[in-house]
Design a protein around this ligand. Structure first.
Ligand SMILES: [Zn+2]
Length: 401
């Protein structure tokens, strides 16, 4: 079995001067990324070919030799190279999603990074000689030895570390660690999952998982904070204060969600040999803008965890696409019963008379589709399961919850 890449994230507590060095590194990485992106766009507009990674790297060397940009030499060279690597990866994902070689939802082309992005990130690879010291501090080149709270042990030596500053001003170190899969003993249970608004997840055996109360409370608090922010005058001190409150509420929701998703995904992977989930890209749900951001982020965090844990524990994980809405087809006889408004939670199939719970029926249809896809895949090939660490960790996402 191929090795699995897993992320481990810890809170970091840099001193004031270390924060200044990190701010400089974030800034330099941003400049390098944006400069390369501008060059790519200019080349594209001029009808010239795509600038290769090697050419971008040569441009960077040239930039560093420019006395006007000598400050680029004050941060780790690896951080700057990784900023270019991020851009190359973003373009590769974009092209792959346009040409269809990359599965999943369509991806937007890379955009410029801003110092106002809610999330700043830089990456140090093994080349940079970052080091976890015996004292427990993390040594980052040209930054210093930073205090870390080790909430759990790293299982092996990390191959890279991404340093993140979130909108609430907190710092994190996110390590990528290669671990060997530890297959759990086989079981013959499989499970189809319907992710929704009413319940966080509904299983095809009828189990309904409600998001914990604190999770929903945190969402409400976030919603209130955002409303309050939108009422404040731009550029005012009160607005800045409200902005920090929104960022804190976001951070709180994110932490609560991560914790909840970890527990639920571990339980489902332990109990089932195969897990089938509807592809979120095709799951259309009527929802408000806020609900959309909160729920979509929750679902993708959750399915991402299911995917890497499946790889880690020797389970099967399949995202099923669908041709017909799973809530409109009878899971007992397969008759399509037409669209039903969202408030219809129960219905009886006119063809076979089976009484359905809307969400459980959807989960059963997903399970059936998943079993079908799995069977088709046995003969041929299906997506590799063993790349677990989500890509693009060092990218900056504006307003990501
Ligand atoms: Zn039926």
């Amino acid at each position: 079995m191929a090795a699995v890449l897993v992320r481990y994230r810890y809170r970091m507590y840099p001193t004031v001067s270390q924060q200044q060095m990190l701010a400089r590194a974030f800034g330099c990485a941003r400049v390098v990324f944006n400069d390369a992106l501008a060059a790519q766009r200019a080349a594209h507009q001029a009808g010239e070919p795509y600038i290769t990674a090697r050419q971008l790297s040569a441009r960077l060397t040239h930039m560093k030799n420019d006395p006007a940009r000598a400050w680029l030499c004050e941060v780790s060279a690896v951080v700057l190279q990784q900023a270019l690597a991020d851009l190359n990866a973003a373009y590769a994902n974009f092209f792959g999603s346009v040409t269809g070689t990359r599965k999943g939802p369509k991806i937007a082309p890379p955009r410029f990074r801003s110092r106002k992005d809610s999330r700043q990130a830089i990456r140090f690879t093994a080349n940079s000689r970052f080091k976890v010291l015996d004292s427990g501090r993390l040594r980052l080149p040209k930054v210093g030895d930073i205090e870390i709270r080790w909430s759990r042990a790293l299982p092996s030596a990390p191959s890279s570390v991404t340093v993140i500053k979130d909108a609430a001003g907190r710092f994190f170190a996110s390590f990528v660690v290669e671990t060997n899969p530890e297959p759990l003993s086989q079981t013959d249970r499989a499970c189809g999952l319907d992710l929704g608004l009413e319940h966080f997840a509904v299983l095809d055996d009828g189990t309904k998982v409600t998001a914990p109360r604190f999770f929903r409370q945190a969402e409400k608090k976030l919603s209130r904070a955002q409303k309050s922010l939108s009422r404040k005058e731009k550029g005012s001190k009160r607005r800045e204060k409200a902005r920090v409150q929104v960022a804190r509420a976001h951070a709180h929701v994110k932490d609560a969600r991560r914790d909840f998703c970890h527990k639920l995904s571990t339980q489902i992977i332990r109990e089932n040999q195969a897990v089938y989930v509807e592809d979120l890209a095709v799951k259309g749900l009527a929802r408000s803008f806020l609900a959309k951001s909160v729920h979509d982020a929750g679902w993708s965090t959750f399915t991402g965890m299911l995917e890497y844990k499946a790889a880690l524990y020797g389970r099967e994980f399949i995202r099923v696409g669908r041709f017909e809405p799973t809530s409109q087809v009878c899971s007992a006889c397969g008759v399509k019963d037409g669209p039903k408004p969202l408030q219809v939670r129960q219905w009886t199939c006119p063809a076979c008379g089976t009484a359905h719970d809307r969400d459980v029926n959807a989960a059963r249809n997903i399970a059936a589709l998943g079993r079908g896809e799995a069977q088709n895949a046995r003969g041929g090939q299906i997506r590799p399961l063993a790349t677990a660490a989500p890509a693009g960790e060092a990218g900056s996402r504006r307003g990501a919850a």
